[in-house]
Design a protein around this ligand. Structure first.
Ligand SMILES: Cc1cc2nc3c(=O)[nH]c(=O)nc-3n(C[C@H](O)[C@H](O)[C@H](O)COP(=O)(O)O)c2cc1C
Ligand code: SF4
Ligand code: SF4
Ligand code: SF4
Ligand code: FES
Length: 641
């Protein structure tokens, strides 16, 4: 290895001083490097720096929000301390990465070149990791997931096709050079050598559909924006991500911000926009922090600003922090919010492509959509379409939560079945419970049942089943989950997030919620089901924006696939899952009761009576179903039905 390579690679690792501008300009063919630097540029673009031999070892520490909240910062300090103690600090590189998607198992630590992957690491494990794994190549069994040492061999990762998430969890997202070494801005360099029309056509040919919910063709959206006649245009990245439980966009921004910036640059070039906005909710401070760093580095190295990399293309970015209203993810509300107005949707047409931000043509694209763009430019349309289905090409990131063993972010080919996700990637349900349903697509999505386990998950089949890919929320539910209560929960979310501008949504979601509350409280009537269906139909047809149009979906899909549960709540005054408090019945099992009186002493309404050492009884008319007796009984003598 040449001396200059050694020196400059050291700089790549430790500081952002490597001549990045020169390196990128040379890639562009704008300048000619001398032989030594040419060799360096080649090596830099192909060699993983951890395999460059500069360091004996690399410790990758996940610094995503999940791992940070479970103690990552203490780990870094401890690693640094022990490495210094052992006198090997200068031989071991510590890289703080973005989220690896397996947050439940965090904090995560991966050791290279051995590729050993440790979960739930605590500061007291660090000394062992360094003396055993780093210094002696020994594996510490207790820190492995299911005894598997290599991350890629763990079922959670094995079946995934990590494309947009590929670098997330491997690179240092706060170091531009690290991103460049791993291929960032190569897609832009290819795009800038094409005409904008060719870039748009490439996107159309790829079949990329918006990952933010609607699934509209990204290429067509760009074509319409490009066709709009205006000297000023914008591209907006929608990173509002308001769905409860969803965190794929946050992870992408935290783990690989340059991919999104590059996607926006390509979009700007293709549509004729010279300015971009990233609309990101203020509850994502780490994502905002990393974006700010990435944008500042890009400006410093001439990747953003005037005459980007000497190409004549001008492009710059601004971050706009949103206050966290779900409706502000809707594109017209988002535009109003950026403009400083109240975040309320407006009537379409005009669509943002013709009249968007500040009245100018604007392309609004989701974070994950934009992350796919450089990959398509870099690897080609054929590569992109190799996974997925004919009409739903590529991969989709889902945020998998609920009663599943392995929760986290999973990137899978569109068209994969729910069974593969739940049982192969997710490891099945927790405690061997039975699968009951999957709530997919966030509050606008729907609930699928067991019959859908083998249905391919793609835009069209999900829509036909009354659900949607949506932004990628995926909640797995077991047989102890009440589907009526689940639908009520989502209804309460959309009702409280309705902006109130139009009556069908403002009043309709309120009325639907009242009915749902009545049913879970055991006061529903069979007529309520008819009312729910009528209201849902009106709200869907008459609401102004997507929030109202999709708000009834969780209720409609549960009515379709779990109607018997509604009937049990209404007619039998019974919650089959035993989850709805108002329908619970607490009973003392006489054979188990020892007559200790503990339950009667905690009952707040004096509903329990009996003689010591004889079975006690609950007066059902007095019982307010608070559950205190159930918690207090030391002999499990109280059953809940
Ligand atoms: C209530 C509501 C909330 C939305 N929230 C988001 C969001 O958080 N992120 C997002 O990308 N799209 C969201 N959308 C969809 C956007 O309006 C828009 O379609 C999307 O950003 C377009 O990007 P795409 O084509 O890349 O999917 C939401 C739509 C509605 C109706
Ligand atoms: S549908 Fe709901 S969220 Fe959308 S504009 Fe109407 S009231 Fe507001
Ligand atoms: S559930 Fe509450 S109110 Fe009912 S018997 Fe038990 S302690 Fe009393
Ligand atoms: S606490 Fe349990 S065992 Fe004791 S009286 Fe109540 S039901 Fe019987
Ligand atoms: S934050 Fe570490 S795996 Fe998600």
């Amino acid at each position: 290895m040449s001396k200059i390579f050694e020196e400059l690679t050291r700089e790549v690792v430790n500081t952002p001083k490597v001549p990045c501008r020169e390196f990128i300009q040379a890639k562009l063919g704008l300048i000619e490097l001398n032989d030594e630097k040419k060799k360096l540029a080649e090596e830099l673009s192909t060699i993983y720096r951890r395999e460059s031999g500069i360091f004996d070892c690399q410790i990758a520490l996940c610094k995503g929000t999940g791992c940070q909240s479970s103690g990552e910062i203490a780990l870094w300090n401890r690693i640094d301390e022990i490495l210094k103690e052992k006198g090997i600090r200068d031989r071991v590189n510590i890289v703080e990465t973005g989220c690896r998607g397996f947050c439940e198992m965090g904090p995560l630590v991966e050791i290279f070149p051995q590729h050993i992957f440790y979960c739930k690491v605590k500061p007291e494990n660090i000394e062992d990791i360094i003396t055993k794994t780093v210094m002696n190549n020994e594996v510490i069994e207790e820190l492995l997931f299911d005894g598997i040492p290599i991350a890629e061999e763990i079922p959670f990762y094995k079946k995934q096709v990590r494309r947009v998430l590929k670098e997330s969890g491997h690179i240092n997202p706060e170091n531009l050079n690290d991103s460049v070494v791993h291929g960032s801005y190569q897609g832009f360099l290819k795009a800038i050598k094409m005409t904008p029309e060719e870039v748009v056509q490439t996107m159309i040919d790829s079949g990329l559909r918006g990952r933010g919910g609607g699934g509209f063709s990204t290429g067509l959206k760009w074509k319409f924006t490009k066709a709009s006649d205006s000297a000023k245009k914008y591209i907006v990245c929608n990173a509002d991500e308001g769905d409860p439980g969803a965190f794929m966009d946050r992870s992408l921004l935290e783990g690989d911000p340059h991919k999104i910036i590059e996607g926006m640059m390509i979009g700007g070039y293709a549509t004729g926009a010279d300015e971009g906005y990233i609309y990101v909710r203020a509850e994502y401070p780490l994502a905002i922090h990393r974006l700010e760093i990435a944008i500042a580095q890009c400006r410093e190295f001439g990747i953003l600003g005037e005459n980007v990399l000497g190409t004549g293309f001008n492009f710059d970015l601004k971050i706009k922090q949103g206050a966290g209203a779900f409706v502000c993810g809707e594109e017209t509300a988002l535009i109003s919010s950026i403009e400083g107005k109240r975040g309320m949707p407006t009537v379409k047409p005009p669509f943002p492509s013709t009249s968007g931000l500040f009245g100018k043509p604007t392309s609004i694209n989701n974070v994950e959509t934009l992350a796919n763009v450089p990959l398509i430019l870099n690897n080609g349309v054929k590569w992109f379409r190799e996974v997925g289905t004919e009409k739903s090409a590529g991969t989709k990131v889902f945020a998998m939560t609920g009663k599943i063993r392995n929760t986290g972010l999973v990137e899978v080919p569109l068209g994969i079945t729910l069974r593969e996700i739940v049982y192969e990637i997710g490891g099945g349900l927790k405690n061997g419970a039975n699968f009951k349903a999957a709530q997919i697509g966030g509050p606008s999505g729907g609930c699928l049942n067991e019959e859908h386990l083998d249905m391919p998950l793609d835009y069209d089949s999900l829509k036909a089943a009354g659900a949607m890919v949506g932004s990628g929320g995926l909640v797995i539910l077991d047989d102890k989950t009440c589907m009526v209560e689940t639908a009520r929960y989502f209804m309460s979310f959309t009702q409280s997030e309705s902006c109130g501008k139009c009556i069908p949504c403002r009043e309709g979601t309120g009325r639907m919620l009242e009915i749902m509350e009545r049913i879970v409280a055991g006061r529903g009537t069979m007529n309520d089901i008819t009312l729910l269906e009528e209201l849902a139909c009106t709200i869907k047809n008459a609401s102004l924006c997507g929030l109202g149009k999709t708000a009834p979906n969780p209720v409609l899909s549960t009515l379709k696939y779990f109607r018997d549960e509604y009937i049990a709540h209404i007619q039998d005054k019974r919650c089959p899952a035993g989850q709805c408090d108002a329908l619970k019945r607490y009973e003392i099992i006489p054979e188990e009761c020892r007559g200790c009186s503990k339950c009667s002493r905690v009952c707040p309404v004096g509903a329990i009576s009996g003689e010591i050492k004889k079975p006690f009884v609950i007066d059902q008319d007095k019982c307010i179903k608070c559950g205190a007796c159930f918690e207090a009984c030391p002999f499990n003598a109280i059953k809940v039905g």
